[in-house]
Design a protein around this ligand. Structure first.
Ligand code: GDP
Ligand code: MG
Length: 162
């Protein structure tokens, strides 16, 4: 069975940037406008000889109405489909109420989940990841999707059982 990895998190944390890097495409639209990805986007990817399916989602803001409600629904479906959830948060914004909202949902699902702190860039990983331990979801890792920092370690963690 090919494992399915879902990228979830509030809008603008860098899910599509990571999706594009891992699938080596520009299929997912990346931008500064939150909510660019309305539906789930699937990609076939390979990591060190291991195939997996990656799902990009629109994001969950925690305060859903209208189009955001639709995006949130897509994210919840992606979580159900996934074997592994990479829960992306933003190092520069720090811990947000919407992150707490998503974490509450993920704790109930009991899926293999990694808190993935994106946009670490040149910051000290230990400093920026520390506050996210409070989400109570276990391991926390820092990456910079746009630069490729931390991606090897991220994928080793994600696919360790596959
Ligand atoms: P999504 O809404 O979660 O899919 O987020 P996007 O992938 O569209 O990215 C939102 C913004 O964050 C874009 O302007 C990206 O270029 C930027 N971004 C993504 N990854 C990084 C990163 O590692 N560092 C920095 N500084 N910006 C990033
Ligand atoms: Mg996106």
């Amino acid at each position: 069975m090919v494992p399915v990895i879902a990228l979830v998190g509030r809008p603008n944390v860098g899910k599509s940037t990571l999706f594009n890097r891992l699938t080596k495409t520009r299929n997912a639209i990346v931008g500064d406008i939150p909510g660019l990805t309305r539906d789930r986007q699937y990609g076939d990817a390979k990591w060190q000889g291991r195939d997996y399916i990656l799902i990009d989602t629109g994001g969950i803001s925690g305060d859903e109405e209208g189009i955001d409600a639709k995006m949130a629904e897509q994210s919840l479906l992606a979580i159900e489909e996934a074997d592994i959830v990479l829960f992306l948060v933003d190092a520069r914004d720090g811990l947000c109420p919407a992150d707490e909202h998503i974490a509450t949902h993920l704790r109930k699902r009991n899926k293999r989940t990694l808190v993935t702190v994106n946009k670490v860039d040149s910051l000290d990983e230990h400093v920026v990841t520390a506050e996210f331990s409070a989400l109570g979801l276990g391991d926390v890792i820092g990456i910079a999707a746009s630069q490729g920092r931390g991606i090897n370690r991220l994928m080793e963690w994600a696919l360790t059982e596959y």
